[in-house]
Write a protein that binds this ligand. Sequence first.
Ligand code: TYM
Length: 333
Amino acid sequence: MTGQTKQTVFSGVQPTGAMHLGGYLGAFRNWVALQDDDAYNVVYCIVDLHAMTVPYDPAEFHRARLETAKVVLALGIDPEKSLLYMQSQVPQHAELAWILSTLTPTGVLNRMTQYKDKLDKGIPSNLGLYSYPVLMAADILLFRADLVPVGDDQKQHLEMSRDLAARFNNRFGEVFPIPAPLIPETSARVMSLVDPAAKMSKSDPNPKNRVNLDDSPDVIRKKVKSAVTDSDPTVRYDTESKPGISNLLEIMSATTGRPIGDLAAEYETGGYGRFKEAVAEAIVAELAPIRAALQQLDDDDVARILQKGALDARTRAERLQQQVRDAVGLGRI
Ligand code: TYM
């Protein structure tokens, strides 16, 4: 099959704090599966420009960008098969975001729930935070992506990317495919271990809310053991009255490949202690290869992979950039 007949996959991760089990089950597992499927041409990006929309420390940020790339590689992303690069090293993202911003009604941005949630959490408002989904649309459209593997929390942003692609095509002629989200059926929204009403998140100040992909087996066991549940000791899938247990059932189902119904039947009686131990062991087994791969990775090798990735990404982005410039009336004079 030639590159031209393949579908293009694009996705991104912010280098803000540790990558966790929620992102893994919601998105990163699909990143690896799509990379290993010959039908796709895959592009994965560490979206460092997005991460600058919330307060950060520059020295820590520098380190987190490299660490994130390392974890992505440890997941099994192979630079021979996937294009992996850092968003800030490809200036075409920012130019396309500007062009798309001129097609974005502010009323649409006012409705973005992630933006509103961030303000509710006390994150100071700024123009970058507000236009975050426009930059995300630019990421996806810059590679003319067909498919975007993400967790459930990115659904609304994906909708906006689709609308912007269609709006651009209507106004300036067919340039972009309309990108489709790829969201898993279970574990598209993994919840926090300390508050099962909130999603597992890297920005939660309580590290017990999440299992990080590089947590040791002992840390994983402790976090799962202390996961918030309820006082009725029956293991049953019921997201309304048993959100904590239901979350653990989803995690266990996603990590073992066994249906939730089977797991609920097996662990229904016998207490939460036994169930939680089984959940912890399932997570430990799933993450063991990632931890092992992380220990083999060398910072200099990772930096070299990112440099090569940036060169390739820029070459590809330049082609689209010229096409967009021509379409909008910014062609060479
Ligand atoms: P980010 O960095 O917050 O998360 C990376 C991916 O992990 C998914 N995810 C989850 N899935 C299930 N349960 C959870 N608790 C959970 N937490 C995170 C996210 O849905 C995401 O797929 N805006 C994006 C980054 C981005 C992007 C893009 C993604 C920028 N440009 C273009 C795709 C395409 C974000 O903040 O992801």
